[in-house]
Design a protein around this ligand. Structure first.
Ligand SMILES: [Zn+2]
Ligand SMILES: [Zn+2]
Length: 345
C-alpha cells in the first residue's frame, strides 16, 4: 500500500512510499481508513518544527475515521465491519500522576499516532482497541475524520472552560477549529462573536451560517469598541483564542471582562510579547489546552450526533493521497478550510 511517510527529521523529507500492509498485534485492531484530515501539526511534522516527539520513518496522519478490517488477539467488544474513530494517544505510561488522574493527554511518555506510530495517511492503520470510539451510523466518515479536532475543542471549551447561557464569547480565528469552537459555545446557549481578518472573508460567511451572533473583521473595524458596545462596557465573559496570533491574544486580554476566562487553543509556534500584567488587574482566569481525552471524544460525538455541531461545512476539499503536495501547499497558504484525504483513491 502507499503511505505518506516522514522519513527523516529536518525540513521536508516526506514522500508517498510503498509500505507493507500492517498486522494488528495483541489488543490492537487494523482499520481500513475512510478519511484523514490534514492538521496544522502535520505541517509542523513536515517542517520538523514541533515539540511533540516524532520517530521517522513514520506514516503521518492522525485525524481519521474508518472501518475495522481485522481484530488482534484478545480484543473484545469490537468486530470486523465496525465503523470507528480513534484517539491519537497510541501509548502512555498509565502510572504517572497525569495518567492516574485521567489526563493522559499530558503524560510525558505519551506517544502519538502519526508522529511516533504509523498513522492514517495510508489505506490501513493500526490502533490499540482501547482508543476506539464507535462512529454512530448517523454520522459520515467525513464527520468522523473531524472528530479529533472537535475533541480538542470540547476538551478546551467544556472541560477547561465554563461557558454559561447568555455569556458573550469571543472566538478569534475562524479556521476549522475556530468554527467548531463557535458551535460548541452556541450549544451552551452563549452569544458568540467571531473575529477574523481580510483573508477570512469566506470563513466569516461560514461563521454566520453556523450561528455566530456577530462577525468582526479586525482589519476593518475596531473590535474593542464593538465589544464595549455589545457588552455594555463590561467585556466578553469568555475569550477562546484559536488563531495563534499575538495580536488576537492582545485583543482577548483587552476585551475580556474582569474575572473573565481566557482559554488558549491556537499555537503561536514562537515566544510572543503581551502585557501579562493586565491578567492581574482584571483577575482573568487563563488556561491552556492540549489535545483531548476520553471524555472529550464522547462529548464531541454526542454534540455531532445531536446536530449541535456541524462538521461537514468545515471541509473544503477531499483529495487522493497522490495529491498530498498540492493539499499541504493549499493548507499552508490558508486556502480553503479543512482539507481531507481519501487514502483509497
Ligand atoms: Zn490534529
Ligand atoms: Zn503517564
Amino acid at each position: 500500500m502507499k503511505g505518506l511517510v516522514k522519513y527523516q527529521l529536518g525540513d521536508g523529507f516526506m514522500e508517498l512510499r510503498d509500505v507493507p500492509e500492517p498486522k494488528p498485534g495483541a489488543g490492537q485492531v487494523k482499520i481500513e481508513v475512510a478519511n484523514t484530515g490534514i492538521c496544522g501539526s502535520d505541517l509542523h511534522i513536515l517542517h520538523s518544527d514541533i515539540a511533540i516527539p516524532v520517530r521517522p520513518p513514520v506514516i503521518t496522519g492522525h485525524e481519521f475515521s474508518g472501518t475495522i478490517a481485522e481484530v488482534g488477539e484478545g480484543v473484545e467488544g469490537w468486530k470486523v465491519g465496525d465503523r470507528v474513530v480513534s484517539e491519537t494517544a497510541f501509548s502512555y505510561c498509565g502510572v504517572c500522576v497525569h495518567c492516574r488522574e485521567g489526563y493522559y493527554n499530558l503524560c510525558n511518555e505519551r506517544r502519538t499516532l502519526g508522529y511516533w506510530y504509523d498513522g492514517a495517511f495510508a489505506p490501513y492503520t493500526i490502533v490499540p482497541a482501547a482508543r476506539l470510539h464507535a462512529l454512530p451510523s448517523e454520522l459520515s466518515f467525513l464527520e468522523g475524520a473531524l472528530m479529533e479536532p472537535l475533541a480538542c475543542v470540547t476538551h478546551a471549551t467544556m472541560e477547561l472552560t465554563r461557558i454559561e447561557p447568555r455569556d458573550w464569547v469571543l472566538v478569534s480565528g475562524p479556521g476549522a477549529v475556530g468554527l467548531a469552537t463557535l458551535q460548541v459555545a452556541k450549544a451552551h446557549n452563549a452569544r458568540v462573536m467571531v473575529a477574523g481578518t481580510d483573508v477570512d472573508a469566506e470563513r466569516m460567511k461560514k461563521a454566520e451560517a453556523l450561528g455566530a451572533d456577530l462577525v468582526v473583521n479586525v482589519q476593518k473595524e475596531n473590535i474593542l469598541d464593538i465589544i464595549k458596545d455589545v457588552t455594555g462596557g463590561v467585556g466578553v465573559d469568555v475569550a477562546l483564542e484559536c488563531s495563534g496570533s499575538a495580536r488576537a491574544l492582545e485583543t482577548a486580554i483587552l476585551g475580556v471582562r474582569k474575572r473573565g476566562q481566557l482559554t488558549q487553543i491556537g499555537l503561536y509556534g514562537k515566544p510572543i510579547t503581551v502585557d501579562f500584567e493586565r491578567i492581574c488587574y482584571k483577575e482573568i482566569k487563563v488556561t491552556g489546552s492540549l489535545g483531548s481525552r476520553w471524555l472529550s471524544w464522547e462529548n464531541a460525538l454526542y454534540l455531532t450526533k445531536a446536530g449541535k455541531v456541524k462538521l461537514e461545512p468545515l471541509v473544503s476539499d477531499v483529495f487522493p493521497l497522490s495529491d498530498w503536495e498540492k493539499a499541504f501547499g493549499m493548507f499552508e497558504r490558508k486556502e480553503g478550510m479543512k482539507i481531507v484525504f481519501d487514502p483509497k483513491k
